[in-house]
Design a protein around this ligand. Structure first.
Ligand code: NDP
Ligand code: MG
Length: 382
């Protein structure tokens, strides 16, 4: 049986890995439609290459630009704006929605896919960070299949075991670009240095979030909502080789893990093949090439954003949305060299301290607060 896929974030890093999986598995997968934000020069030729007729571009709002794109690609059915993407998710024929939209903008699509009752292959961790409490009420058992490599590993290691048999989830972290950089050199970190990940080739935001380790705080929150476990049962450990993608510790003391070379094609493939496993040559792992596997704790002086993220996770409510929006904007300021790397944490902390808690925000409140906080942080209005 061929599975029909709606691919969101098709032009990004995950989107690009998806197409390699798609090429290999073309007898089992069929794209229903593809979406990106603005990069029509990349998305439209991709759609034509893979025979996909329906294409959404959420970020093209200028009418003359829309007209130009329609004229340039007459063979495509083009939809513009976020509301059109949501309409496609509500009406088109697909079995799995792969949400690989970058950052907080991915939340609307997550809710549209879940409400439609379709399977959600989720790369966009921000949707759970911001709206996990709402997703928890909405999701059906087995509806969300994680794409994030750590969560895919936990999902595989958990298998059919009940949560009562789980002692702990242990999320591995590479340590990012600055695991060994002397702390007194942090103030002179440049954007180019922070955009270089030691093991993974990813989009800019998640690479930067790995350098600050904010990504791991997001992943702890993602695990909490995906696997319905309290924060006291979730921890992170540095594993610089990124071969063990995460572990489950069971109540009898056993640790089960998933191992493979660090390559997103494998968790993407698994999310699409689940509950089956499909034959694939895409990611091969030579254990002898990974002789040294080491672990270390996350230093608080090196990764303050991770520890702040844990506090925010515990606080819950609107706070994770505020922190994520502040961090997204702070990264933007760092990339434009308006602030230094070492200014990111104090700026995010100030924004959080100046914000009011909303204990159980609805989706509208979350989206509005995300936008306000982002604008406020970007304007350095603290
Ligand atoms: P990229 O930045 O490489 O790509 C983002 C994609 O989302 C692009 O297709 C972009 O379109 C699209 N997009 C951006 N803004 C919007 C918007 N407002 N509405 C709709 N689409 C939008 O990101 P990644 O592929 O690295 O990451 C995607 C998600 O997956 C993130 O949540 C990330 O944390 C998560 N993830 C990524 C991993 C990785 O290896 N890359 C690993 C684990 C998780 P356009 O090109 O037009 O701007
Ligand atoms: Mg990850």
């Amino acid at each position: 049986m061929v599975k029909k896929i709606a691919l969101l974030g098709a032009t990004g890093s995950i989107g690009t890995s998806f197409f390699e999986v798609y090429e290999e598995q073309k007898d089992r997968l069929k794209l229903s439609f593809v979406a990106a934000h603005q990069s029509y020069q990349k998305l439209c030729p991709l759609a034509i290459k893979y025979g996909v007729e329906t294409v959404a571009l959420t970020g093209i709002t200028d009418l003359s630009e829309q007209k130009y794109i329609r004229q340039s690609f007459p063979e495509l059915k083009l939809y513009f704006g976020e509301s059109e993407l949501i309409r496609l998710l509500e009406n088109e024929d697909y079995e799995i929605g792969l949400n690989a939209i970058g950052g907080s903008s991915g939340i609307g699509a997550t809710f549209a896919i879940l409400k439609r009752g379709k399977k959600l292959a989720l790369a966009n961790k921000e949707s759970l960070v911001m709206g996990g409490h709402l997703v928890q009420k909405l999701k059906q058992p087995g509806q969300i299949i994680p794409v994030d490599s750590e969560h895919s590993a936990i999902f595989q290691a958990l298998g059919q075991h009940p949560l009562s048999e789980v002692k702990k989830l242990i999320i591995t972290a590479s340590g990012g670009a600055f695991r060994t950089l002397p702390l007194n050199e942090f103030a002179s970190i440049t954007p180019a240095m922070a955009l270089k990940h030691p093991n993974w080739d990813m989009g800019a935001k998640v690479t930067l979030d790995s350098a600050t380790m904010f990504n791991k705080a997001l992943e702890v929150m993602e695990a909490h909502w995906l696997f319905d476990l309290p924060y006291a049962q979730i921890e992170a450990v540095i594993h610089p080789q990124s071969v063990i993608h995460s572990l489950v510790q069971f109540i009898d003391g056993s640790l089960l893990a998933q191992l493979s070379s660090p390559d997103m094609k494998l968790p993407i493939l698994y999310a699409l093949s689940y509950p089956e496993r499909w034959n694939s040559e895409l990611v091969q792992t030579d254990l002898l090439a990974h002789k040294d596997m080491s672990f270390q704790a996350l230093e608080s002086a090196r990764y303050p954003l991770y520890y702040l993220g844990l506090e925010v996770a515990q606080a819950g409510g609107i706070m994770p949305t505020i922190m994520n929006a502040a961090a997204e904007a702070a990264m933007q300021l760092f990339l434009s060299e308006t602030i230094r790397f070492t200014d990111i944490h104090p700026l995010v902390e100030r924004i959080i301290q100046a914000s009011e808690q909303i204990p159980d925000p609805d989706l509208e409140t979350i989206i509005a607060c995300n936008k306000d906080t982002y604008a406020k942080t970007l304007a350095l209005d603290t």
